[in-house]
Unconditional design. Sequence first.
Length: 414
Amino acid sequence: MNVEIVVIGDELLIGQVVDTNSNWIAREMNKIGWEITEITTVRDRETEMLSAFEQAFSRVDIVLVTGGLGPTKDDITKQTLCEFFGGKLVLDESVLRDVEELLAKRKLKMNASTRSQAMVPDVCTVIQNAVGTAPVMWFEKGGKVLVSMPGVPLEMKHVMVNEVIPRLVARFHDDSSILHYTCLVKNYTESALSEFLTDFEAQLPECVKLAYLPNPGVVRLRLTARGRGGENLQHQLDVQISKLNTLLGDNIFCHQDTTVAGAVGLLLKKQHKTIATAESCTGGNIAHQLTLIPGSSTYFKGSVVSYANEVKERVLGVNKNDIEIYGAVSQPVVEQMARGVQRLVDSDCAIAVSGIAGPGGGTPEKPVGTVWIAVVCGDKLYSEMFVFGNNREYNIERATHRALLAMVKMLTEN
């Protein structure tokens, strides 16, 4: 089954809000073997919304809509859906009761705007929104389905998992499958890896495709198998996975679809080791990336954001004379930071970063973007200097990524 998503909201098109809903929906659709073929984002304008619905319905049988269902005057999705499906808004007593109960639990009072949430098109099937006031509406037209859901991610995810996906599966009885295998590869650029895998890619069966998703210092490879007959499709995919693993060997350092921080976590858990971070220019971003991973409390012990030199000295034990002689952004200092936090929290491993994120603070000897990274595991220590660029956000991101990759190298070559 092919599915399209229509996302509604001015806030998305002016960059005020990032659309995370489409990413999540696409993943959930893939789990049941269905594929998102197009995502359209439109403003809160009736003509643009009608055009998006019409075009999506001309291409696919299922259209999932998020956004534009709030109680304010700029939320016109319900009225526009009435125009598209030929209905009118009516008061739905069941929705009204749900809204009243939800407001009572939150100790909030009903007002005219909130009451308007219970007005729904008379040509739809209403699905209860158990975690919000905006109604979820199921429409059918010419054998095709449109489901309109709130734009609030928590509400959308709850109704998708508990109501929409089960109903869609029951409605369309499709036995298609989409299977993915993703791995993280080191020691190759995207182009070099593509060259190396030319023969492998050429002999892939029609149902299996290979995709490259590069990041600095690492390439995420994805094998995707599409078709019917789950067991046979899985066998086809398994054969190619085995070939890929034989070709790349230890260059594959993670066999899951995760971030580099997630890969670090998997390696730490496998080796029963713990980690800590000492960060200056990254301001805690490395720790943030590590702790975004569920279950990271089993291996992440803590972090010191030693932005000021006195914190490097007093908390991490960095030698004051070394800071004066070599500067805070230097090999001796960053290595002492790594050892210091390792000792302070009694961790097996540690990452330390000190640099000049910018836009100011650079010198001819140490321009903006200069970053020293040190990683330690037990008694083994490795450090390296990088010069990234003039953009502060970019420098923080690259320093974080390179530091995590350095820890991958330490854990896989230790």
